[in-house]
Design a protein around this ligand. Sequence first.
Ligand code: SF4
Length: 236
Amino acid sequence: MARLARAGHSSSRPKAVAVVNRLAEMFPGATTELHYRNAFELLVATILSAQSTDARVNSVTPTLFARFPDAGALASADGAELESLIRPTGFFRAKSRSLQGMAAQLVERFGGEVPGTLDALVSLPGVGRKTANVVLGHAFGVPGLPVDRHVLRVATRIGLASGRTPEAVEAQLCRALPARLWTLASDCLILHGRRVCRPKPLCAKCPIQSACAYYSTATAMSRTTISRPRRSAHRR
Ligand code: SF4
């Protein structure tokens, strides 16, 4: 527990950096798996990725971006057509409202361009910190650490963070890592969470066992169970 209580403290920096570097070796070239060509497309794709998969988003965005290539076109899109195009990503009515609200705000307040600051991004409809950090880190090269369900699960298992909310984990990871590693850390933790440290983790295949709090606790517990003498069922 003491290990978790210190998560995010500056003393955990070397461990956090070592874990991210090891994961970066595992996943060379780690980046978002969403397909995009500019900040507008990445913003749209990231909004669509909520409660969906990157593959499903990537299956609809080529047609979507061909039909609505910029904020002006998306803001004036026919709602029924937009819903139909994004339907495979789920929650299509709410996402359609977010996309059109976001696009209208881009036109009205930002000259049709995606702004490059966290405060401006999170002021847009449908854009939270996770989406804003994805866009900042990948489209603008501004350090950002998006925390999705994979980052939340993997970072807390390893012991890099102990928070229960994405905001808390983001703050702890940002304290534990230099800003130049924030975006890479998020990308690597997401890939590790999808491929190895799944909800049911594949620890036997994991190269960062020795740095993982969950693994060391699980190993210690199984040793205790094995070494504990069995009680006699017929004790009198
Ligand atoms: S050892 Fe297991 S729990 Fe720890 S990071 Fe690897 S897969 Fe996840």
